[in-house]
Write a protein that binds this ligand. Structure first.
Ligand SMILES: Nc1ncnc2c1ncn2[C@@H]1O[C@H](COP(=O)(O)OP(=O)(O)OP(=O)(O)O)[C@@H](O)[C@H]1O
Length: 250
């Protein structure tokens, strides 16, 4: 039987202070899909992402990653399967050099020597960073866009099947943002992208999930939902600029 890389059934989550952050989430993500998760502040995007590699455990409902239920006994395997790129690269980069930052994950997987060298080199190539130029540089001194690339390389180096991004374009200047979109377009892995950048969604994701007050209120074609001004407004979202200007030109 074929398994979707991510399968969520009737997931609900209440924070200890009583806030219901997710309610009755049903979601299937197909292999190689690039799927956006959008929604206003507080709609539950981060809470959903935190469930995908077991930082939060399902209180109610079930999540299956690959063929593995999200349970404490599967956490190691699940974290090798789903790589999360956090919003702030400084949360992810903490080694003295770029090379060591990218090597950290695969070393934890047990890789050493030539295999490790190759893995790190391939990951840096995949994100468009020159190995010789960057390997000895301290990650802390890089630009925001470069840091983001190194953080993505560190995740790619673990060869996950699924990449999860929390606000990938936040804090990037327009050029770095454009380069990031091009980079994500070239990466073949299944991608789940939580973002407020609806123009990025339009450029990158065929499918969009809209969260509102912890529930999925839309799960379908990106273009369809992002051109529905009324629906977006009803869920505290705004039409992406590129669609907006086109509709006004008409
Ligand atoms: N650690 C926490 N403890 C208690 N409540 C929380 C916690 N984290 C989030 N919440 C609440 O859960 C709800 C969902 O928050 P979440 O961070 O998942 O939303 P989000 O869609 O990621 O928002 P944003 O776009 O602002 O990042 C909100 O009402 C939020 O206040």
């Amino acid at each position: 039987m074929h398994h979707n890389p991510i399968s969520i059934e009737n997931l609900s989550y209440v924070y200890p202070d009583g806030i219901q952050a997710l309610q009755g989430i049903d979601l299937q993500i197909k292999a190689t899909a690039k799927v956006a998760i959008v929604g206003a502040n507080g709609s539950g995007k981060s809470t959903l992402l935190l469930h995908l590699n077991g930082i939060l455990m399902p209180q109610q409902g079930a999540i299956v990653i690959g063929e593995m239920p999200v349970l404490p006994c599967n956490l190691m395997a699940i974290r090798n399967f789903v790589g999360v790129v956090f919003q702030n690269p400084d949360d992810q980069l903490f080694m003295p050099t770029v090379w060591e930052d990218v090597a950290f994950g695969p070393m934890n997987q047990g890789l050493r020597g030539k295999d490790l060298e190759i893995r790190v080199a391939e990951a840096l190539v995949a994100v468009g960073l020159d190995l010789a130029k960057y390997r000895e540089r301290p990650s802390q001194n890089l630009s925001g866009g470069e840091k983001k690339r190194v953080a993505i390389a560190g995740v790619l180096a673990m060869q996950p099947q699924v990449l999860v991004f929390d606000e990938p374009s936040a804090q990037l200047d327009p050029r770095s943002r454009r380069q990031l979109i091009q980079l994500l377009q070239t990466l073949p892995e299944t991608q789940l992208i939580a973002t407020h950048d609806l123009d990025l969604v339009l450029d990158l994701c065929d499918r969009t999930i809209v969260l509102s007050e912890g529930k999925i209120v839309y799960n379908g074609e990106t273009r369809e939902v992002l051109s529905d001004r009324e629906f977006l407004l009803a869920h505290a979202l705004e039409m992406p600029l590129s669609l907006n200007s086109k509709s006004e030109l008409r």
